[in-house]
Design a protein around this ligand. Structure first.
Ligand SMILES: C[S@@+](CC[C@H](N)C(=O)[O-])C[C@H]1O[C@@H](n2cnc3c(N)ncnc32)[C@H](O)[C@@H]1O
Length: 277
């Protein structure tokens, strides 16, 4: 923001994205806080970039906690402490994020690591994982991390998803696949690949115990990357969820995507009697 609290035109889109995303992740996070009174809840921002999302979320949570008679609607009754961890491979944005956290007086609740998600040093238990436009398969790395560490809440807005579109491209046209008309058109292929990738993510999350939704969190005029996948942990696993995953996977040519590779051992452990691909 500028000194007069106006938002520079170039930043308006990000401002709206962050605001909308917070309005959608706050309710499940609050429910979590109320279910675990007095706990320190750990929130991971995967591919945090400039950390606008987690800075705003930490600021909101702190305001809600510091003013028990809060005017911030719906936070009454939630008593928790927050620890936010931001991870990004880009050293410059990590330094900026640290400086912003310090300027907002949030250094005690926020920490940052400059590394890939695979190399991050994290607590065994994460309560929530979010990723706003983490590049390509970094969304899958974030989901896999959260699922492995039993995160109660997963919130990802996927970015560019090239992996499945590349796979569709390799399917030979003569294979007469039922979806061949989609695979052979670059535009349809890209769109369908993004949708199928997210559908597989939802099904995998369901299989591994999450209740899931996919919603448009911001109008597509702001960004075409406007789908928010939200997961809330309800159980250990779901066989119908796995069946859904395997059926969809088979229907689109049996790709083995990043999330499946990252969670193969977890799937095997959860479904020892199922023959997995
Ligand atoms: C498009 S930016 C989004 C940043 C921020 N979440 C936002 O919405 O403003 C994606 C960020 O993910 C980071 N990133 C990509 N792959 C990563 C990985 N495997 N581990 C950690 N960070 C990653 C990039 O460095 C980049 O800052």
């Amino acid at each position: 923001m500028n000194d007069d609290s106006s938002v520079t035109s170039g930043q308006v889109k990000k401002y709206l994205q962050v605001n909308h995303m917070i309005s959608l992740i706050a309710p499940p996070f609050r429910a979590l806080a109320k279910a675990m009174p007095g706990k320190t809840l750990t929130l991971l921002d995967a591919g945090c970039g400039n950390s606008y999302l987690s800075l705003a979320f930490a600021f909101l949570a702190r305001e809600a906690m510091q003013n028990p008679s809060t005017q911030i609607r719906d936070w009454q009754g939630a008593q928790f402490a927050l620890q936010v961890i931001g991870i990004d491979t880009n050293a410059q944005v990590i330094e900026q994020s640290k400086a912003r956290a310090a300027a907002l007086g949030l250094s005690d609740v926020m920490s940052f690591q400059c590394c890939s998600l695979a190399d991050a040093v994290l607590p065994e238990r994460l309560h929530a994982v979010m990723a706003l436009h983490a590049c390509d398969t970094a969304t899958d790395d974030a989901l896999a991390l959260g699922i492995r560490r039993q995160a109660d809440m997963l919130a990802v807005a996927p970015c560019c998803q090239a992996e499945l579109a590349q796979f569709f491209k390799t399917l030979p046209p003569q294979s007469n696949h039922d979806l061949g008309v989609i695979f052979s058109s670059p535009n349809l292929r890209r769109d369908a690949a993004a949708t199928f990738t997210d559908a597989l993510r939802l099904a995998m999350m369901r299989a591994l115990g999450y209740e899931t939704t996919a919603t448009e969190f911001i109008p597509s005029t702001h960004t075409p990357k406007n789908r928010l996948i939200l997961g809330e942990r309800r159980g250990r696993f779901s066989k119908p969820g796995l069946d859904e995953y395997l059926r969809l996977r088979a229907a689109i040519g049996s790709p083995t995507l990043a999330l499946e590779r990252a969670l193969h051992d977890v799937m095997r452990e959860r479904f020892p009697n199922v023959e997995l691909p």
